[in-house]
Design a protein around this ligand. Structure first.
Ligand SMILES: [Zn+2]
Length: 421
């Protein structure tokens, strides 16, 4: 079974023309759900799927699925699905999402060309609004496909201008029928760009994700007393920002400690500070901070959360500020299917392509799909780890290698005898 590297490249480059933006360096695109660029990208995908005989369906929230039922397959058997998304962040790159969709399609075409005989149907999928840049917070289409969110609830979500997802999909002709149900799938594979440098550092073209990181978001408020920066003596102040600064450094130190002692993949970030009144001549009266904590081990996430809380207690006692703390978002780490991971490594071995285990620090649709069926996530290298940026880059050779591993793993899960060829 051979991947046609040029065909895959042509698809990704053609897709990159939709929503293309002018940039000084690299190649960028803006493809938000329900826009004309999104319509064009979706129409191209449907056309490519139909070109090779896939039966295309669009569900009520715009998830696109193209099904290949080979003659060798039992049409009623649970299919093996693979894909990703075609939407992007504003001024995003050309690989994040489309690589996974078009590599899955290329995998099907490679099986067709090689006369591989799967005993299960294969489905190529593009989920709606993965990036969450116009509606909701992301992973929207997959949240509906796993039953976590209802079709009605998703369709009613409005963008900042008050336009609903339903209206926006209707406008571009992609408000379909029914609900794509990931629970019907035998297995799910997603190939994605790594967005980190683990593969690049090891010079390995394909990563097999062991666990998708858990994510916790904490919010803290520190209240001191706003006062005149000139007339308030140093010993009469309750400076909320000075207190917050200690907390920022404590979160960093706690994450570093956890990396040393518990789990080297842990990260902790104070990513946002809102200072009020935020005036040069006023002692800061209040600070709101947002903390992002992630790891593949839930226990080490808890350790950093606890360290954040005790840091807040310390500045209360030492500096006389008042603090409050909440944890509005908490998602535990998602381990990937061991049997599918093994299939991916085997596919690499058979094709003479090196693979390695790694973890994912970013969230993906596969997190949702893993709740309802066996799921695996493969990575292709990202140059310098850059993504969500026109400078995002994956070498075409690496795209082809990753697609080849994806194809081998999909074929094995679909019951095709590829090793014997
Ligand atoms: Zn993505």
């Amino acid at each position: 079974m051979e991947i046609d590297a040029d065909r895959l490249r042509r698809d990704i480059e053609r897709n990159a023309e939709h929503g293309e933006i002018e940039v000084d360096e690299g190649r960028g695109r803006t493809v938000l759900t329900g826009t004309d660029a999104n319509r064009a990208a979706r129409e191209m995908l449907v056309e490519r799927m139909e070109d090779v005989g896939l039966d295309v369906t669009v569900d009520a929230v715009g998830n696109v699925a193209g099904t290949w039922v080979p003659e060798s397959a039992d049409p009623d058997a649970a299919p093996v699905a693979a894909g990703s998304h075609v939407d992007s962040v504003p001024e995003g790159g050309i690989f994040d999402g489309p690589l996974g969709v078009y590599a899955a399609l290329e995998a099907v075409r490679a099986m067709q060309d090689a006369g591989v005989e799967p005993s299960r149907p294969l489905v190529v999928v593009s989920f709606t609004e993965e990036e969450g840049q116009r509606f909701a917070d992301g992973l929207l289409g997959s949240s509906v496909a796993v039953g976590e969110r209802s079709v009605e609830e998703a369709l009613a979500i409005k963008d900042e201008e008050g336009i609903s997802l339903e209206e926006s999909l209707e406008r571009i002709g992609f408000r379909g029928e029914g609900r794509l149900d990931a629970g019907d799938w035998e297995a799910w594979y997603e190939l994605h760009v790594e967005q980190d440098t683990q593969l690049e550092r090891e010079s390995v073209p394909v990563g097999v994700v062991t666990t998708i990181t858990g994510i916790t978001h904490c919010e803290a408020e520190i209240v001191g007393e706003a006062n005149h920066a000139g007339a308030t003596a140093m010993d009469e102040r309750t400076d909320a920002l000075a207190a917050a600064s200690e907390v920022v450094l404590d979160v960093e130190a706690a994450a570093n400690d956890v990396v040393e002692s518990e789990s080297e993949t842990a990260v902790g970030t104070v990513g946002s500070l809102s200072v009020s009144p935020n005036a040069t001549n006023v002692v800061p009266g209040k600070v709101e901070m947002g903390v992002d904590i992630r790891d593949v081990e839930y226990q080490s996430m808890q350790t950093i959360v606890e360290a954040t809380r005790s840091s807040l207690a310390i500045v209360e006692a030492d500096r006389g500020v008042e603090t409050s703390f909440s944890r509005p978002f908490d998602l535990e780490p998602t381990p990937m299917s061991e049997s599918l991971r093994a299939a991916a490594h085997r596919a690499g071995e058979e094709a003479g392509i090196r693979t390695m285990d790694l973890h994912s620090g970013a969230a993906h649709d596969t997190m949702h799909v893993a709740d309802v069926t066996e799921a695996a996530l493969l990575f292709a290298p990202s140059a310098d780890g850059i993504s969500h940026n026109p400078r995002e880059w994956t070498d075409w050779d690496d795209c082809a290698s990753a697609a080849r591993v994806l194809a081998g793993a999909m074929a094995e899960s679909a019951g095709a005898d590829v090793a014997g060829e």
